[in-house]
Design a protein around this ligand. Structure first.
Ligand SMILES: [Zn+2]
Length: 601
């Protein structure tokens, strides 16, 4: 068990942001990158088949460079996340993103070289013993190579993005760090960081606290709205400009390609969800009634519900760990052991204090074979889910650790598969173990609420973002237009089921400002339903599903998502059946919830 609330970073590099060890390690990365660069420059693509060894040498060096970069970045970003005022850590992060961008140059060279391999040599090349495992990925890179601009132009874009795209991402982060939300409880006024306030908004059991905080939350973001409008407009502008230069047909294409997903699949997912929304609205209305309201507000959706004498359970960090370990064990011995290792080696930064960045994430240390989980643990059931979720990410990298680097880069839509699956393992077990009807209602509520977020909240993000990009192609949008677009999307996605929305969501939600991946919204819902579909599939399986599941996860970066589903689940994602089966799991929960709560309204 992890007895402290802070993670152990000293195991990785001694000395925090001052680490001499880290400095030397970073020097080593610099050298590896330049060696990798030389190797790929000297590789003769025109005579690829007689120079396969040189290509394998490059791939080896490339892997070392990427794995070392991840190791150093997880450490440096981690130090900065745990103390946003650590300027030395911020410098390290900046230094590493410069190295990352040098590596992007190498990647461009690599893709260009793959493109230059003559057609008649290509099939033979990727069938080579040392390469065939990565043939999908090599094909993908070759196709991407065909779209790229010249090496020089790509380098210019890359260099300028450090002070462009990345720069605006950093400004956004600084703005968020400066956010202080006024908070009044028991007559005492204090201020909360964005992370603390977000936690309270989604988890505080007192409706009055949530309601007053929601007002302050909206106002606090609103006070800086023009600044956030700048960052959002420029982030999108930079992207759109780049897409135009590369001749992309549609702004959604790079996101779909990145997720190895067909537009038909994405549309089918949202269409099937929309058809099933009326029942989710029934749930939201019932939840409102149970809270003594006509309609829920934005923050109520995920709020815990307590009926009768039932008080929402507050978990200690130790209890959360036991829950995770015990319930992982009921599904997979390997998942359980990984969680135990994580806790024994202090992988988790959990303390609830000021000065941390908001949100939660899991980041990997490929050289040490470990991961680190960052979060703020304040004792809610949601926090326990988050802990399980992030450890799911750790498990996913754990089962892929021996694959070639090319086969480990899974996209975001399937990245959320293992994490969501872990959440489900926890919640199913806790619902089943409920000791009273009130407890069961509370647990079901939290599970359905999470689905409601996936179906409505994330849908509103998708609607907002696609419409925003559509309009942004024609020019800038001011803060009023952004808020209007956001509120309209929320009303549509929630089918008008709420009485208060969150127009400033476009500023308060980090995901709209993530620089690494565009359209980081639908992958959540996708991963959620994909997991749920797998979970539903697993329940109907006679043999141990654990091994199949492990194989599916290992394949997540080696084929398209449609092929992954076809191969391991035998389903067609462009058809409604798989989606409906996954949604039916939620609808069954809603049915049970309606029956159990009947006597409370
Ligand atoms: Zn996640």
């Amino acid at each position: 068990m992890q007895t402290q609330l802070n993670w152990d970073m000293e195991r990785i590099f001694k000395g925090g942001s001052d680490s001499e060890e880290l400095s030397q390690f970073i020097d080593g990365i610099r050298e590896t990158i330049s060696e990798a660069k030389k190797l790929i420059i000297n590789w003769s693509a025109e005579q690829a088949n007689s120079h396969t060894t040189e290509l394998l040498d490059f791939l080896d060096k490339r892997q070392t460079a990427y794995d070392n970069l991840s190791e150093a970045s997880t450490f440096s970003r981690g130090i900065l996340s745990a103390n946003v005022d650590d300027s030395k850590a911020a410098k390290r992060v900046n230094e590493l993103s410069r190295l990352g961008s040098e590596m992007s140059d190498v990647e461009t060279l690599f893709m260009k070289k793959l493109k230059a391999v003559p057609e008649d040599q290509w099939t033979e090349l990727i069938a080579h013993e040392g390469l065939k495992q990565s043939s999908f990925n090599l094909n993908e890179k070759r196709e991407k190579g065909k779209k790229l601009l010249s090496e020089k132009e790509e380098r210019i874009i890359q260099q300028l993005s450090l002070d462009g795209l990345e720069g605006f991402g950093n400004v956004y982060q600084s703005l968020v760090n400066s956010i202080r939300v006024p908070f009044k409880k028991d007559g005492e006024l204090s201020t909360l960081s964005a992370g603390q306030a977000a936690n309270k908004l989604s988890g505080d059991p007192d409706p009055a606290v949530r309601e007053s905080l929601l007002d302050n939350w909206e106002l606090t973001w609103h006070a800086k709205a023009p600044l956030f409008a700048d960052t959002l407009n420029h982030l999108a502008g930079f992207r759109l400009q780049t897409y135009e230069l590369r001749g992309e047909d549609h702004f959604l294409d790079p996101a779909l390609e990145y997720n190895r997903l067909k537009k038909d699949t994405l549309d089918m997912m949202w269409d099937t969800i929309t058809e099933n929304k009326p029942k989710v609205v029934d749930f939201l209305n019932r939840k409102a009634k149970l809270m003594g309201k006509d309609k829920l507000n934005w923050a109520d959706v995920t709020a815990p519900i307590s009926l009768g004498d039932f008080e929402p359970k507050s978990y200690s960090f130790e209890e959360a760990q036991s829950l995770v370990v015990d319930h992982f064990a009921s599904f997979s011995q390997e998942m359980k052991e990984l969680a135990e290792t994580a806790f024994e080696q202090n992988w988790v930064e959990a303390e609830d204090r000021d000065g941390k960045r908001p949100g939660a994430y899991c980041s990997n240390l490929p050289m040490s074979g470990e991961s680190r989980v960052f979060m703020t643990f304040s004792g809610s059931a949601n926090n326990v889910s988050t802990l399980a979720h992030e450890l799911g990410h750790a498990y996913h990298s754990h089962v892929m650790r021996d694959l070639p680097h090319l086969n480990r880069r899974y996209a975001m839509n399937v990245a959320e598969t293992a994490s969501t699956f872990c959440e489900m393992v926890i919640s199913s077990a806790t619902v089943e173990a409920a000791e009273s009807i009130e407890e069961k209602i509370a647990l079901l509520d939290s599970r359905i609420s999470r689905a409601a977020v996936m179906f409505m909240n994330i849908h509103s993000r998708y609607l907002f973002e696609t419409r925003f990009y559509e309009q942004r192609q024609k020019g800038l949008l001011d803060e009023k237009e952004l808020s209007q677009l956001m509120e309209d999307a929320q009303k549509e996605a929630f089918q008008n089921a709420l009485d208060t929305y969150h127009p400033m969501f476009w500023a308060s939600k980090l995901h709209f400002h993530i620089t690494g991946v565009p359209f980081y919204n639908f992958p959540y819902t996708f991963g959620f339903l994909f997991s749920l579909g797998i979970y539903s599939h697993a329940k109907n399986q006679e043999s141990a599903f654990e091994d199949d599941y492990r194989e599916l996860l290992r394949d997540t970066a080696s084929m398209t998502t449609e092929d992954l589903a076809e191969k391991h689940l035998n389903v067609d994602l462009t058809q409604p059946d798989f989606w409906q089966a996954a949604i039916d799991e939620v609808l069954a929960d809603i049915d049970e919830y309606m029956t159990l709560t009947d006597s409370y309204i």
